[in-house]
Design a binder for this molecule. Structure first.
Ligand SMILES: [Mn+2]
Length: 326
């Protein structure tokens, strides 16, 4: 059965308790804090990772995914300094293997990470969601030009090094889509933007450890039939992690939605995960900011997550016909 996880920052907080109270036992983590690192240690070293993992375990969570990475922009763009960044990635995955953390979610976006043009669009009942409008984004100051062919070449080189490391460590490399899935984005090329391109990534270095994060909010902007895409990659065993969320609109102009209020048939998606026998974790990904919560970290409102977790647990029980012990 698919397992439900939440992204929890590496320091205990009331959110940890809320999430645990909502029935979640798996955690998606970031990287260790500076205070986890002794003299000369980086967040990719074994001991800092162990200290962070221990905190999650002490609170009753199993660390299922690390969804954070060393600086990678030089590596992605093929600039001087990329070798050092690659070394950090190797070290991180090797040490994750020693600690039996099974999935590393990475991204291959140059210059800009996930991006929105608004973070306070009114949604149901006055809740707030994030939104993206390409026309608005293009009014911003110019960004450095990045060519798609360079991204492809550098990604292939990265995978040729990292896949054997991942195989030895027993850690799946899980590529997250570019968000939004558009290229070029104001002059910045992007490649993880379509079902075809993801298939190409998987085929560059075929391995059970070269996999993807099925971020529904992005993949649903690449297709009109998301359950079919889940089955397509799931049949190949290439889904290692799921971001379960939804949007309304298209890649050039969209807003995020409550989990039960977007363009996608979420029930059919859950059925697809059941049918492919997916046993990994999902997390709700972004949620609306709701009454009583702050919009300081748009998409990650604490109370908004409770609704998402409850909705997803209900959907899962309906599909699997089992109460969620996980
Ligand atoms: Mn995502």
């Amino acid at each position: 059965m698919i397992k439900i996880a939440e992204f929890l920052p590496p320091q205990p907080s009331p959110l940890w308790k809320l999430v645990k109270q909502a029935g979640v036992n798996y955690v998606v983590g970031g990287l260790p804090l500076p205070s986890d690192c002794g003299p000369g240690e980086t967040p990719y070293d074994l001991m800092p990772l162990l200290r962070m993992k221990q905190r999650y375990e002490d609170a009753g969570f199993k660390l299922a995914v690390i969804e954070a990475r060393p600086p990678m922009d030089k590596l992605i763009r093929g600039l001087p300094g990329g070798d050092q960044e690659l070394e950090w990635c190797v070290k991180l995955v090797e040490n994750m293997g020693k600690l039996e953390i099974p999935v590393w979610c990475y991204a291959w976006m140059a210059v800009i990470s996930w991006t929105r043009t608004r973070v306070d669009v009114p949604s149901r009942g006055g809740s707030l969601v994030t939104a993206f409008d390409l026309a608005e984004f293009e009014q911003r100051p110019p960004l450095p030009e990045v060519r798609e062919e360079d991204l492809w070449r550098n990604l292939e080189a990265f995978l040729k090094v990292m896949v054997p490391v991942a195989e030895r460590a027993g850690v799946k490399l899980s590529a997250h889509p570019d968000d939004p899935p558009l290229s070029p984005l104001h002059g910045v090329g992007r490649i993880l933007i379509s079902v075809e391109n993801f298939q190409r990534v998987l085929d560059l270095v075929p391995s059970d450890y070269n996999t993807l994060t099925l971020c529904q909010g992005n993949f649903t902007l690449m297709t009109d039939d998301l359950p079919a895409v889940i089955r397509h990659f799931g049949r190949q065993g290439k889904i290692s992690f799921v971001h379960f969320r939804d949007v309304r609109g298209d890649a050039r102009r969209f807003e995020e939605t409550w989990h039960d209020d977007g363009k996608t048939d979420m029930l059919a998606c859950m059925e697809a995960y059941r049918d492919i026998g997916f046993e990994g974790v999902l997390r709700p990904d972004h949620v609306p900011t709701v009454e009583g919560d702050s919009n300081d970290d748009p998409g990650y409102s604490s109370y908004g997550r409770l609704y998402a977790i409850g909705y997803i647990r209900g959907l899962r029980e309906a599909v699997y016909r089992r109460k969620g012990e996980d």
